[in-house]
Design a protein around this ligand. Sequence first.
Ligand code: UD1
Ligand code: UDP
Length: 361
Amino acid sequence: MLDSLSKVSKKVVSVVGARPQFIKLAPLSREFRKSGFNEVIVHTGQHYDENMSDLFFKELEIPKPDYNLGIGSGSHGEQTGKMLIALEEVLIKERPDLVIVYGDTNSTLAGALCASKLHIKLAHVEAGLRSFNKNMPEEINRIVADHLSDILFVPTQTAVENLKREGITDGVYLVGDLMFDALMHFSRTSELKSKILEILNLAPKSYYLATIHRAENTDNYERLKGILEALSRLDKLVVFPVHPRTRNKIKDYHLESLLEKLLVIDPVGYLDMIQLEKHAKIILTDSGGVQKEAFWLKVPCITLRDETEWVETIRYGWNRLVGADRDKIVEAVLNIKSGENIDFSGEYSAPKICKVLEEVV
Ligand code: UD1
Ligand code: UDP
């Protein structure tokens, strides 16, 4: 009785704002509700299109956010600054026992800064990842979040070691990956509900799947052109759900003609995305989440970046770092190989996170 009372009294604020954060939140939010935590969801509004935001809450059965700050798009300073102002008000009103931030977006940075300035305990999910490239906004966001956090939920042993090198050893918990929980949980539902292959008239393994949205690719004319030229020269149809940032940049750079041979579609929901990933012959991406999903689904992946945080995907042979050079991408597709046959069955991350929080918050 006392135990359940103490759990009920724990108020946890989750700060999310971008597509991959909704996917990470889904399994943890379900576990919070099961374990009797008092969960408050704050959506910063960083992503706001229906198919970048609401669709995920619906499909993944995440409760409607308690607050939507409606911040929207903007430069880094403007977006993060507006988030800080709005978040401060919410956190002062809610007075939670803990704030949780996820991943490495500007919403992560704002949540981390705001909580620590208010002396509220802070947990970072997906802590310890490093690309060692500070030109990436994500690298700055994750370094700050890690150094401010009291509790660091780490997905891989590599991430534990990255933190150790920066002197962070207290409060570090190796708990696996919430994105793995989500993939396992929604795999069957996706199989049953998604009609995306029929709608697009795609036979399994007859196509490649591509996603691009990293600023280092989209905001650089040469890199974006190199990638799109490569995609239009491949020997199979390329299905390309286009992130809004990428759509805007293709227009700004007048690169639309390079889309003619591709199957260009709007961003899809998570259930459709799992089917597209699972049945692709190869995935080409610069997304962190998509690299991991390719690995867990055992679909060979070509990463359109010069470095990756998810080094295990490379080590086990499922991922190849190729960058943005047209010829190198085409060559990588021609020489693609499968990786080691790893057994991914294992424990889920969300129950481990809740157990730690029950003990330390
Ligand atoms: C953000 C994250 C990135 C993450 C990605 C996931 C930062 C700095 N970057 O990048 O780490 O991998 O989310 O997808 O936080 N836009 C729309 N509709 C939307 C959202 C965005 O049209 O619903 C357009 C706007 O023109 C906006 C641009 O996309 O300026 C970029 O959006 P933003 O949230 O700033 O960054 P992402 O590229 O989405
Ligand atoms: N995703 C999706 N629909 C899409 C593209 C991606 O549901 O059209 C999912 C994908 O399966 C993964 C997550 O979004 O779970 C990855 O998010 P994103 O690539 O935007 O960001 P990153 O992981 O690079 O931060």
